[in-house]
Design a protein around this ligand. Structure first.
Ligand code: GLN
Length: 564
């Protein structure tokens, strides 16, 4: 029996409600943020939410895409390499996010073609409708698990050729599941035309028109706008788009932090409208105290602290999205606003390191691939070691710290990672045996969550306050245990290990105030209301370093730098 055959559902099974979110006119409207905000609101009503994103591009996953094209690759607990919108979903909620939370056109076709090659279709001619659309509907059903509500975001913009199969699939889906259990939310901009000093609704009208041609009538229109949408405009949108005026919701640009968005939508009754439309009862009066205190800490910081992020995609904020978010969370935990000094690793060297990093409170070196910029990252780690500046190395940042320690502390001048130097004479970072056999690039790294045992007394152990933690990975290369003894003897402590695999997960520099390298990606598990312990601790150490530096300057008769 087919998985998407309604008759295949066990009798008496609870009905899952589905919300589909589409976007119109332009991209980058913040659809992901709106979905995450809605999920956050529904969770506050006591509902269990699952989140999903459909991406219309043909890559099987974003794992092999250039960060300049796609931004960061967000890794889920179960090791899927996914779109960065899933990061928003997890930061805003406790929703179920896993490998069924992100499907691309490439993945859908890949599955259909595999089935066709296996003969599963018994010789039928394979077509977009019904085979591709059936596969999409199956993917939507796989997301629901034990959720009360599934929110599925359709990537791209209505009217794009490549989104069509997804839109057709969700139309069919609503028909099959029953319209009472499914709803459509469409997000469009109201464009402000300066010359006329007016918000224009025409692009929204056209975009809704295109949706209706496909057979989808949105239940709620979320209008993104720089200016408040007045009653007249609301009526106009309502009339032209066939949506009741109260179902036209405005989403204004927020002033301080994206974490204001759900509160703003709640004030307009967005969550109440969704519950009403789906026939759902709120299970508890939503209590936003915690969330409001996060927003308050973001709006009223008690101090500022400047942290350098030394990477090679610094022009593109999205390339290190979760890193910046997690640093901001670490700031919130310390009631500090974190300012980022984005430093290009490519071009950083011994001659300019003091100038490029001078005055920062802490340095973070994020993950990365490829040789470009690596020597700059190693130089940054060296500078932090020498100046006592807090250093946080993540994945490649941890590997660079290890290479630096080998060169500086045990005199292995040729120390490197075998990722960058073939036949490396001192590969302190090396490929594991199982990785040597891998030829395909997609989904073949060490991916997803692994346990890590922490050494008592270490910075990491103090930060987490636990003996064993679980963190997400995405890398091929590892700390080479052949150098473990000489490095630890020289003062590079291994303070976190994956015991089963006998792999070093965390290194710390003995005697340094805060020098920590982690092989995993802690940034993926940080939330504004639950800042990651390592980011909280790193920002705290950076604030302390700033205070020490200001004190030293005072003693030397130099006035502390005034920050704008
Ligand atoms: N390029 C390194 C590796 O594959 C680090 C990866 C990363 O920083 N995510 O091991």
């Amino acid at each position: 029996m087919r998985e998407n055959d309604p008759a295949a559902r066990p009798a008496g099974r609870r009905t899952v409600k589905h919300i589909f979110v589409t976007g119109g006119v332009v991209s980058s409207l913040g659809k992901g943020l709106t979905c995450a905000s809605l999920a956050m609101l529904l969770e506050h009503h006591g509902l269990k939410v699952a989140m999903q994103k459909m991406d219309p591009y043909i890559n099987v996953d974003p794992g092999t895409m250039n960060p300049f094209q796609h931004g960061e690759v967000y890794v889920t607990e179960d090791g899927a390499e996914t779109d960065l919108d899933l990061g928003h979903y997890e930061r805003f909620t406790h929703a179920l996010v896993n490998r069924h939370s992100n499907y691309t056109t490439g993945q859908i076709y890949d599955q259909v073609i595999k089935k066709e090659r296996r003969g599963d279709y018994l010789g039928a001619c394979i077509q977009v409708i019904p085979h591709i659309t059936n596969e999409i509907k199956d993917a939507i059903r796989r997301a629901r698990s034990d959720a009360d509500v599934v929110i599925t975001e359709i990537g791209g913009t209505v009217g794009d050729i490549e989104s069509l199969p997804f839109l057709e699939a969700i139309r069919q889906f609503a028909l099959e599941e029953g319209k009472a259990h499914c709803m459509f939310i469409h997000l469009t901009p109201l464009i402000y035309v300066k010359a006329a000093q007016e918000l224009k609704t025409k692009p929204t009208q056209h975009s809704v028109g295109t949706l209706r041609e496909i057979g989808i009538t949105p239940d709620i229109l979320v209008c993104r706008s720089e200016y408040p949408v007045g009653e007249d405009l609301r009526r106009k949108v309502s009339m032209f788009c066939n949506v009741e005026p109260r179902y036209v919701v405005e989403e204004l640009d927020v002033k301080h932090t994206i974490y204001e968005v759900p509160l703003m939508l709640h004030e307009q009754g967005f969550d109440a409208l969704v519950l009403e439309r789906l026939g759902l009862q709120s299970r508890q009066a939503p209590d936003f105290t915690r969330w409001k205190s996060v927003v308050d800490a973001a709006i009223h910081p008690e101090r500022e602290v400047e942290i350098a992020v030394v990477g090679k995609y610094i022009e593109l904020h999205d390339a290190y999205k979760s890193i910046y978010e997690a640093l901001a969370h670490g700031g919130l935990a310390n009631r500090a606003k974190v300012r980022f000094r984005k430093v290009n690793a490519d071009g950083l060297d011994a001659s300019n390191v003091a100038k490029l990093l001078g005055g920062v409170a802490g340095v973070l070196v994020p993950g990365g691939f490829g040789h470009r910029g690596v020597e700059g990252k190693i130089e940054a780690a060296k500078w932090c070691m020498r100046t006592g500046t807090p250093y946080f190395g993540i994945c490649l940042g941890m590997q660079c710290a290890t290479i630096m320690a080998a060169r500086e502390m045990i005199g292995l001048g040729e120390a490197h990672s075998s990722e960058f130097v073939e036949q490396c004479p001192a590969p302190v970072i090396d490929l594991m045996e199982e990785q040597k056999r891998v030829t395909s690039k997609g989904g073949t790294m060490r991916l997803g969550s692994y346990p890590c045992r922490l050494a008592p007394g270490s910075i990491a152990h103090r930060a987490y306050g636990k003996d064993v933690v679980h963190e997400r990975h995405r890398h091929r290369f590892e700390f080479n245990n052949a150098y473990k003894k000489s490095l630890t003897d020289a003062g590079l402590a291994i303070t976190g290990t994956w015991e089963e695999g006998d792999l070093a997960e965390i290194v710390e520099l003995a005697g340094h105030p805060w020098f920590v390298g982690v092989q995993f990606h802690p940034e993926f598990k940080s939330k504004p209301a639950e800042p990651h312990p390592l980011f909280r601790s790193f920002v705290e150490a950076s604030i302390a370093h700033d205070a020490r530096a200001a004190g030293a300057n005072r003693t030397a008769g130099v006035s502390a730098p005034v920050k704008a």
